[in-house]
Design a protein around this ligand. Structure first.
Ligand code: NAD
Length: 466
């Protein structure tokens, strides 16, 4: 590990020298990233299992294959994404060349959290490298085993003059943030997001903030409770609930709550057996600190399912809390664990009211046999992303932007959105050196006739007259 100042200087010099700009160089970095994932698959699976007791199934699905998919997509489309984008012109610019050039920002900092420690580090990295930036990666210090692989193995696959891993927790990251970066991409909590944005503001550095929050899940009376329970349980308890887009709480009528409870119990038993603690498919809480926080939330509402915990292995059973009231602690913070509160509401309109008076979430879910109901929830609310009749499947599509709105963050990525996020969109107009007689219309002495001509020529719509 180098002291922070040195790699930054080295990276900036490499960027200034233009090293990262050619498409061949970018492709070579992306290929290196792909090889890193292939060559070290078992090492990564082991690290994720050590950090989060993550099953190979969940790790392959949500960490390795998503990262590999992003690498492949970027490699297939790199040249098309890099191309100047021609734009419509007006009469005044008909002889000119008008286009948007996607330029790399320069030196980019990516700060990642611990819950998907590979995915949330590498997926932004794909965008940053494809866009031709030099990158400093700051993985989470909490997911120690994955951090070690990223620090010790990943750099061997990338050009070290343009890429560095900096390690550390809040203190070291705070010091790192004192440096001037050209772009900062942060994934983590809203609390630290504010710290990052404040540090970025000192240098006027643009930021993407991928934050968390409480994702509502409305369940309509008109639904098949078992299908809904399977889907909600799967997405709530995936990675032991430590997922920023997991359904955080259910809103439904008291009658639907009573139909959902046995269905949720059945889903949990089918997924994880009678004793989820012995299931190889159920994860653990990342740390003692998070475990204690979550255990404190188990007193809310009425424990209808689960509720057991074991500090010695940071285990919290898949839990459902029924009859939870909005004022209770479990409804005041992002849960980020395997606890699902059900908050009874009178019906759809009250559910929409509850959602609308809270901060805008990262994701929102609505389950109903009626597409009118799903569409009404969509139309009357706002969130980073939305999925009707399922959990966070919307974020598996690289053709959809992923990101928050309001308190759940700003900016977007995945697929081409990542490339665009890490590129400055430079407005370019190349004009002919001659034509001075025509252009002279704009010079003083001004006349009403010339003003009329100019206003007509500068109308915004595309013109094919010339
Ligand atoms: P966190 O905010 O505590 O930490 C994230 C990163 O910031 C880590 O690398 C950490 O080292 C660094 N950091 C922590 N404190 C800092 C400080 N004072 N100054 C500078 N840097 C600091 O988040 P976490 O606990 O790692 O992750 C959980 C949070 O992340 C949840 O809120 C979750 O919703 C959110 N999250 C969001 C997304 C998303 O895509 N929107 C994805 C995953 C997690």
């Amino acid at each position: 590990m180098e002291p922070a100042g040195d790699p930054l200087r080295r990276l900036r010099e490499a960027f200034r020298a233009g090293r990262t700009r050619p498409a061949e160089f970018r492709a070579a970095q992306l290929e290196g990233l792909g090889r890193f994932l292939q060559d070290n698959k078992q090492l990564l699976l082991d690290a994720l299992a050590q950090d989060l007791h993550k099953s190979a199934f969940e790790s392959e699905l949500s960490e390795i294959s998503i990262s590999q998919g992003e690498v492949n997509l970027a490699l297939r489309n790199l040249r098309a994404w890099m191309k100047d984008e021609k734009v419509p012109k007006n009469l005044a610019t008909q002889l000119d060349s008008a286009f948007i050039r996607k330029e790399p920002f320069g030196l980019v900092l990516i700060i990642a959290p611990w819950n998907y420690p590979l995915n949330l580090t590498l997926v932004p990295l794909v965008g940053a490298l494809a866009a031709g930036n030099c990158v400093v990666l700051k993985p989470s210090e909490i997911s120690k085993s994955t951090e070690k692989v990223l620090a010790e193995v990943l750099p061997r696959y990338l050009d070290q003059s343009c890429f560095a891993v900096v390690l550390g927790g809040p203190e070291e990251t705070g010091r790192l943030l004192e440096n001037k970066f050209d772009y900062i991409f942060f994934t983590g909590s809203p609390r630290v997001g504010k710290i990052v944005m404040e540090a970025a503001a000192k240098h006027l550095t643009p930021v993407t903030l991928e934050l968390g929050g409480k994702n509502p899940c409305y369940v309509d009376d008109d639904c098949d409770p078992q299908t809904v329970a399977n889907r909600v349980a799967f997405f709530r308890y995936f990675n032991a609930g430590q997922t920023c887009v997991a359904p955080d709480y259910v809103l439904c009528s008291p009658e639907t709550q009573e139909r959902l409870l046995p269905a949720l119990q059945s889903a949990i038993t089918r997924f994880y057996g009678d004793d989820p603690r012995s299931s190889p498919d159920f994860g653990r809480i990342i740390s003692e600190k998070q475990f204690q926080r979550l255990r404190g939330l188990l007193g809310c509402g009425r424990v209808a399912i689960g509720g057991q915990s074991d500090a010695s292995e940071c285990y919290i059973a898949p839990t459902v809390l029924a009859d939870v009231r909005e004022a209770e602690a479990v409804m005041q913070e992002e849960i980020f664990g395997p606890i699902l509160p059900i908050v009874p509401v009178r019906g759809l309109e009250e559910a929409i009211e509850v959602i609308a008076r809270r901060e805008k979430p990262l994701a929102l879910y609505a389950f109903s046999n009626s597409c009118q109901v799903v569409k009404r929830v969509l139309a009357c609310t706002s969130s980073g992303g939305f999925c009707g009749n399922d959990g966070f499947m919307h974020m598996t599509l690289a053709s959809l932007p992923f990101g928050g709105v309001g308190a759940s963050g700003m900016g977007r990525y995945h697929g081409k959105f990542s490339f665009d996020t890490f590129s400055h969109h430079r407005a370019c107009l190349l004009r002919p050196p001659g034509m001075e007689k025509v252009y002279a219309l704009r010079y003083p002495p001004y006349s009403p006739r010339n003003l009329r001509l100019l206003l007509t020529a500068m109308e915004a719509h595309s013109c094919t007259l010339l």
